[in-house]
Design a protein around this ligand. Structure first.
Ligand code: GDP
Length: 447
């Protein structure tokens, strides 16, 4: 798929807008465009970064008025000659342009092929290419920040530094091997240990940041739990009205779990409205309840909803890595004295029906997520492929650290080489077609 040096074409915009862009990249881009373009100048004569206006024609038939942006190698996204044709956003016009380009010798690009070419041309490393996909998918301020940080390459620079240090260690160790039988030690073992421990800490920090990165990328799972009729659905609907939201009903019965994705204050949450938690003999309801417990176990935040004025509340127990927020709903129904008697700390009084007290809930949700690292522009790992590679790297590093006293020099250097290898797979220093194919096939056509 990836290594061919032909000219590819694809629509780069989703249909439905006033304008659409068709992209071409490869050595024949300018020439192919000229076959269809009629303007005061030829595309092939234009300098890079120029914009031409004219008609796109099929013989004598005008297809559309277009603007053509010209990019010349190596100063383009893919590093190749490329052209972007902006036309009117009609499905018919876009398909006609593509048909004509393909008839004249272009090939329809496969998913992610433009970005794959950018990677192969050394314009982006692999983690930056993956960040392009994340950026396009980003639906909140924090997801956007995450993808832009990664795309700017700070992450790659961090990894490169670690790889550099490790390679230095390997070369010292391998120098010892070159001396064969002689008992020489170029790599001072205590310095080796210190360096490896420092790298271990650094990899550990990157791995820890995945909890935040993954939550931001996938949305933070919040389970809304409580007895039937305390107002869980009303609360969810109220939150949905706060922001543009996407509601997805998980197929099943009406008593099943409902999930809704809501972006509040720059963070995306996946709210899960669970079936009422109580003892029941109804089989369908019981299934709903089983699912509710499953949702609770997956959630990072548990919103326990209770009714105001219903006496003492027993907070449900949550795991150490989960946060419990206690919502006291229906405060509109109780009098001032009851409202005043609610504890100041540890509970959020509100009325889901009237929409009062929601700001406190939103602020409390926001406080559960520490985004300092992200806000400071530090590296936050959000890609599970990277997390897996870091994990592998750390396993090898740990083996090297533990084996420092008893492993032979060649085994030791082999373990460190493994660390270098796994870190290299993140940025794509080390890769193969299969991995690349897997990564880029998840992209859309035209990316
Ligand atoms: P769920 O079973 O926990 O999902 O509860 P619902 O959201 O279906 O609400 C149960 C009943 O409580 C409905 O009649 C709601 O209108 C009512 N309700 C929900 N929230 C409030 C509130 O803040 N104030 C009052 N007075 N009634 C509420």
């Amino acid at each position: 798929m990836i290594t061919e040096n032909d000219t590819i074409a694809a629509p780069a915009t989703a249909l439905g807008g006033a304008l659409a862009v068709v992209r071409l990249s490869g050595p024949r881009s300018l020439e192919l465009c000229d076959r269809l373009f009629r303007g005061s100048r030829r595309v092939g004569d234009a300098a890079g970064y120029t914009l031409l206006y004219g008609n796109l024609v099929d013989g004598t038939r005008i297809i559309d008025d277009v603007m053509v942006s010209v990019f010349r190698a190596p100063h383009s996204y893919t590093g190749e000659d490329s052209v972007e044709i902006s036309c009117h956003g009609s499905r018919y016009i876009v398909s006609e342009i593509l048909r004509l380009l393909i008839r004249n010798g272009a090939r329809m690009a496969s998913p992610g092929e433009f970005t794959a070419r950018a990677f192969l041309a050394g314009k982006l490393d692999l983690s930056q290419a993956e960040a392009v996909a994340d950026l396009i998918a980003s639906g909140s301020r924090s997801a956007h920040a995450l993808a832009t940080n990664q795309m700017r390459g700070g992450y790659s620079a961090d990894l490169e530094k670690l790889r550099g240090e490790l390679l230095r260690l390997v070369s010292l160790l391998e120098l010892e091997l070159d001396f064969g039988e002689e008992e020489v030690e170029f790599a001072d073992r205590s310095e080796l240990l210190r360096t490896m421990e420092r790298i271990d800490t650094k990899i550990g920090e990157l791995m820890d940041s995945f909890t935040l990165g993954n939550a931001i990328k996938e949305g933070i799972a919040v389970a809304i739990v409580g007895e039937p009729n305390v107002g869980k659905s009303t609360l969810l609907n109220r939150l949905l009205n706060e922001e543009r939201a996407l509601v997805s009903e998980i197929p099943g019965t009406t008593r099943d779990v409902i999930e809704a994705t809501i972006t509040l204050d720059g963070i995306t949450y996946r709210f899960i409205d669970t079936a009422g938690l109580r003892e029941t003999s109804d089989t369908v309801e019981r299934m709903g309840i089983a699912r509710a417990y499953e949702s609770i176990s997956r959630a990072q935040i548990i919103l326990q909803v209770v009714e105001a004025g219903h006496g003492d509340v027993t907070p449900i127990s949550v795991r150490e890595d989960q946060r419990l927020l206690l919502v006291v709903n229906k405060i509109d129904r109780v009098d001032e004295a009851v409202r005043k008697s609610l504890p100041q700390e540890g509970c959020i009084p509100l009325s889901a029906r009237e929409g009062t007290g929601l700001e406190r809930l939103i602020a409390a949700l926001r406080e559960t997520i520490d985004t300092t690292r992200l806000d400071a522009g530090e590296t936050v790992v959000s890609n599970s492929r990277h997390y897996a590679a870091l994990h592998e790297a750390r396993e090898s590093l740990r083996r090297a650290i533990e084996g420092l006293d008893h492993l032979s020099t060649d085994l030791l250097s082999e373990e460190i080489r493994q660390v270098v290898y796994h870190l290299g797979t993140i940025t794509g220093e080390i890769t193969n077609d299969e991995v690349l194919g897997q990564i880029f096939s998840k992209f859309c056509i035209g990316k």
